[in-house]
Structure formats: C-alpha cells, structure tokens
Design a binder for this molecule. Structure first.
Ligand SMILES: Cc1cc2nc3c(=O)[nH]c(=O)nc-3n(C[C@H](O)[C@H](O)[C@H](O)COP(=O)(O)OP(=O)(O)OC[C@H]3O[C@@H](n4cnc5c(N)ncnc54)[C@H](O)[C@@H]3O)c2cc1C
Length: 383
C-alpha cells in the first residue's frame, strides 16, 4: 500500500459556509441549554429531539440521494458537519449508526422497498439502527458467528445472542449478521445480513452497563425471531462481503480522532489561565498531532467522495486516532493536575473523569487496533 496515495484535500469555499452554519447552530443550541458538551457523545449522547433538529436542517443522510430523503451533499460535506458536531461534543449517538453505516449499507445493498422504508426516516433523524455483529465468543473473528438463520415459509427464523449492540434498546432495527449455511472450508461463505425490526417479542434486550453506569450497549437474545424475506439485506450468503463494507464505513470517520476533543478544548482554556510555557509547548505538540491526524482523516473522506473504498487507509487513521484520543486524556491529566471526579462541581474534573471512564472502548470498538494492524500488514504483504 502506498499511503501517500492519500492526497491532501482542500475543502471548497461553500463548505466553509456550511461549517459556519453548523457552528452557529451549535453555539445557539449550547447557549440555550438545549444540549450540553461532553466527550464521546457519538457513543453516549442519545437525544432524539436533537437528532430531529439536525434532520430538519439536512445534516443527517447527507450521503443519501434526494429521492430517499437525503441531501446528496457528499462525503466532504458530511465530514465538515460531523467534525463540527464532534468538536462541540454534541449528543449525536441516536442517529450515528444509522447515518454512518446502516443507511449507506441499505443504499448499497438494499431493495428499493427497503430504501423507501428506512432511509427517509433516518435522514429526518427519526429512525435509528443498531449493529448486530459481535457475539459472546465472536468479536474480532466475525466469520465465526453462531447466530443461525433457517429458511421457513415466507422468510427466516433467527436464533442466537449478540453482545455489545450499541443502542439496540432504543433502535428501530438492528442489522444482524447470521450464519445461514453450514460452515465450509471457506469460512466467509454462508453468512447473511438481516434487518431485524425492533421491538419484537422474540427479541430480548438486556443492558450491559458502561463503567460510568450508563446504559449504552446490550446483550440481544434472538429467540426464533421471524424475519420476512423482504427484510433480508442484500443476497443470502453475501453477508461477509457486506459486513466488511459496513466496517469500512464504521472505521473511516473523524470520530476516531475527536472523541476527546471537548476535553482538549476545555483544558486549553484552563491552561491559558493556570499553565506555564512548558504546558503550552506540550499542548502545542498534542494539537500539532491532532492536526496531522485530522488531515489524514479528511484525506480518507476525500477518497470516499471520489467513490473509493479506503478500508486500509481508514484502518491506519483509526489505529493512530484512537490512541491519540487517550494521549489527550493523559496530557490533560498531567498538565492540569485536576483530580478526575464524575461528581465534581468543576467541569474539567467531570469531563476528565468521563473521558477516562469511556477510554477503554476507544481502541476496541469497530475492530481492535491489533486487528487493524493485521489489515494493514496484509495489504503491505507482510502477513
Ligand atoms: C464501546 C463499544 C461499543 C461496541 N458496539 C458494538 C455494536 O454496536 N455492535 C457490535 O456488533 N459490536 C460492538 N462492539 C464490539 C466490538 O466490535 C468488539 O469488542 C471488538 O470487535 C473486539 O471483539 P471482542 O470484544 O470479542 O474481543 P476479542 O476478539 O475476543 O479480542 C480480545 C483481544 O485479542 C486480540 N485479538 C483477537 N484476535 C486477534 C488476532 N487475530 N491477532 C491479534 N490480536 C487479536 C484483540 O485485539 C483483543 O485485544 C462494541 C465494543 C465497544 C467497546
């Protein structure tokens, strides 16, 4: 792989106008107290009403064509909006999976009826999705999923257990990977993706709490749930190809660099008052690193805009970016000398604590860093 094929991207002037609009909207939302800024809000900040307000402005489903309710504004416009939402620490978790991967997956592999059924609602910020890939014994090695799909009259019956399914307790559907043919020497064959609509009496959803006590992800037990043929996503047996395409979308965004940006911004204000020249130099180095990562992340968006599938480049940025997210925490902790406390009356102390408690997931979610390095090594021909 030649990483230098990641061309620098210069954003068009009209995207500066879009950025200014999003920034003004967010400033108004924050100052009116309708939303509050936190780290890692694309994971933890679930706010239906805020998602709807973004939908009204055309800032969800920006990659969908107008006939399915999207604004067809493209990957770079979506990058600009996403970047501003993350930098502000806005609560975007409700629509995140639907906008980032389920919607684009439906667009790519779904039937016209499926697109009409789900995409306009996603773009309005009213229809939310969960991703049902991981299982108790299957995370990195997704081809070993044990959830089974069996053919029945008019559709399929699914049985199995999914874990870590983010937002499944509030989502309207979960795209579920299941084995539909017995395993053969080609372990990637015989997998299928299903759109399981929720809630369903045959689907039990139980919380798995984060370290903070927040209910974000779930164990989802599919107990002989019926899924009609109209809710098979793509071709039966093509699940592996589809799920790798979904993972590429899941891994490629600026959220893999910016989960702790609100903490960095708050710490800079704090250090402007309480810091010294040495702390300014340390923060400067962190900001420089963030800027380089941001340019890489933007270049990945440029490849998406050009219609490419930059899975390997996205793996590099996600590996570097998710490690950087914890560097921000370590640096702020060291320089500010603030004691992290989730119950503190002081905002920096609270945000530092929230970030620390969310940080174990940074390098795991969406594929661990070891797996990402395996993807890169394979591309380089060293594995
Ligand atoms: C916050 C969060 C949200 C999540 N949301 C979702 C979701 O919505 N939907 C969903 O389906 N999943 C979700 N996940 C699950 C996530 O995708 C998995 O945790 C991840 O893929 C790793 O799988 P695992 O936890 O089973 O770990 P394992 O695969 O058991 O890995 C354990 C360790 O072994 C290492 N390892 C495994 N295989 C190899 C290998 N071949 N080479 C080198 N090292 C290896 C891993 O890097 C890791 O360090 C979420 C996870 C988190 C933390």
């Amino acid at each position: 792989m030649d990483l230098w094929s990641l061309e620098p991207v210069a954003l068009a002037a009209e995207l500066d106008v879009l950025r200014a609009d999003v920034r003004a909207f967010l400033a108004e939302e924050l100052s009116a107290g309708r939303i509050a800024s936190h780290c890692d809000q694309w994971l933890g900040g679930w706010d239906h009403a805020f998602s709807r307000r973004l939908g009204e402005r055309g800032w969800i489903g920006m990659a969908f064509p107008a006939r399915y309710g999207g604004s067809a504004a493209g990957a770079l416009a979506r990058f600009v909006v996403t970047e501003e939402l993350l930098a502000a620490g806005a609560p975007v978790a409700a629509h995140w999976i639907a906008d980032r991967q389920s919607g684009p997956g439906l667009l790519k592999f779904g039937t016209d009826e499926q697109k009409r059924a789900f995409l306009p609602g996603i773009a309005r910020g009213e229809c939310f999705f969960a991703a049902g890939m991981s299982e108790p014994d299957t995370g990195s090695d997704l081809a070993s999923v044990r959830t089974r799909g069996s053919r029945v009259e008019g559709g399929w019956r699914l049985s199995g257990t999914k874990v870590w399914a983010s937002g499944a307790h509030r989502a309207h559907a979960m795209i579920t990977l299941a084995r539909t043919e017995p395993r053969t020497a080609d372990r990637h064959a015989g997998l299928t993706q299903f759109i399981v609509e929720l809630p369903d009496p045959a689907v039990r959803i139980r919380p798995i709490l984060l370290l903070t006590g927040e209910h974000h992800f779930n164990e989802v037990v599919l107990d002989d749930v019926f899924v009609p043929d109209t809710r098979v996503l793509g071709e039966p047996g093509s699940g592996w190809h589809q799920v790798t395409s979904e993972l590429a979308m899941e891994r490629s965004g600026p959220e893999r660099v910016l989960s702790t940006f609100p903490l960095l911004a708050l710490a800079m204000d704090h250090l402007a008052e309480h810091g010294d020249r040495a702390s300014a130099a340390r923060i400067g180095a962190v900001v420089g690193r963030m800027w380089a990562l941001r340019q890489l992340s933007l270049a990945v968006a440029g490849r998406l805009e050009a219609g490419a599938a930059p899975a390997v480049e996205a793996a590099v940025v996600k590996d570097l970016g998710t490690r950087f997210e914890s560097v921000v925490i370590d640096t702020v902790r060291l320089l500010s000398q603030v004691v992290p406390d989730p119950g503190s009356g002081e905002r920096l102390s609270r945000m530092l604590a929230e970030s620390i408690l969310h940080s174990p997931g940074f390098t795991l979610r969406g594929g661990t860093n070891e797996i990402l390095r395996g993807v890169v090594a394979k591309e380089l021909g060293v594995r």
